[in-house]
Design a binder for this molecule. Sequence first.
Ligand code: NDP
Ligand code: GDR
Length: 370
Amino acid sequence: MKRALLTGITGQDGSYLAELLLSKGYEVHGIKRRSSLFNTERIDHLYQDPHEQDIRFKLHYGDLSDSTNLIRIVQEVQPDEIYNLGAMSHVKVSFDTPEYTADVDGVGTLRLLEAIRILGLTEKTRIYQASTSELYGLVQEVPQRETTPFYPRSPYAVAKLYAYWITVNYREAYGMYACNGILFNHESPLRGETFVTRKITRAAARIALGLQDKLFLGNLDAKRDWGHAKDYVEAMWRILQQDTPEDFVIATGVTTTVREFVRLAFRELGIELTFFGEGADETGHVVACHNPEFQLPLGKEVVAVDPAYFRPTEVELLIGDPTKAQEKLGWKPQYDLPALVQDMMQADLELFRRDATLREAGHKVLNYYE
Ligand code: NDP
Ligand code: GDR
């Protein structure tokens, strides 16, 4: 039985990857952080009581900022494969916490690679590094491929640039099977609530159900190549199953503006929007509502721009070329953008119907959102 160790197992990708590896017969170990509240909601359905026999899913307390802890866990688990998904993954927040981001996202990767080396596991343990399309940053070439020069535009991307190169360096210096997956944005119903797609699908559901008045966003012109996380974790696994270690771009090859994503999300609910104005003055309004369940007056302003969400330096355009992954990994995504939006929108509608029911019954419904 193969043994995998995942950092970031409590995150979006960690959850889908753990599911995939369990379905392939792996024993799955994950590193979770200690927090004052439960932080395992995304993997609770995989939980196995440690008191039972033949457990194939185990969690260990740890942190990418703690090298002795990482060495101990790697020694204990003796993994065949490590997937380094743990990170402070929010680009805008990295401007507020640049040093922490460098430590966890950059040096954290080094700590894991060193753990493998110190423990003499360079021949046994393969490692996947969660690299990112944010490395491309300021546009140098479109579509972006494995050979496109990097130009990172945030403390997050600069930290991930270090992680990218230290992974390449350990591969070349020590002959390790260490690979970068340069993944473009991937989303799902499990996406963190403060990333733009999930913020949009949550708000669209809440606005339709009368739980929220308006959605405030930042740069509506930014373009992203959005795929589904379920497809992307399959690519991660394939990257570690090749004969020789290599780096791969994983993307759909289609790019869309944030504004268009908003339109598609509302359209999924039968609500048509149109946008007026530009820059910080742009607003989105209801022009048609085809779903009798939702009582939205025509003309209602449901989207506005708040410059607080603008980034000091922005990545305006990402579009990836997945040719190498298609040819060498045989990887092909199952979800296109409309299917992704549908999956996320339906999940959030169901989630917030519960809130609407609670409110009708006189219960207080929290309305915290960023
Ligand atoms: P999430 O933000 O959903 O998950 C991040 C995970 O990292 C969480 O489990 C989090 O724990 C954990 N983590 C955060 N800080 C630390 C730390 N100091 N030590 C150990 N673990 C930590 O990210 P995604 O699942 O979306 O992304 C997975 C990885 O892929 C990340 O490295 C991200 O940067 C990268 N990536 C993501 C893309 C995307 O579009 N989703 C695209 C390209 C790359 P907790 O739950 O406790 O917060
Ligand atoms: P990104 O994802 O920065 O690409 O990083 P995010 O969803 O945060 O932003 C995408 C684009 O939308 C614009 N935007 C907003 N973004 C957020 N979060 N909130 C808003 O209100 C808003 N309004 C407009 C942003 O400016 C940006 O242009 C994600 C993360 O998962 C990274 O970890 C990963 O490496 C990259 O994707 C690939």
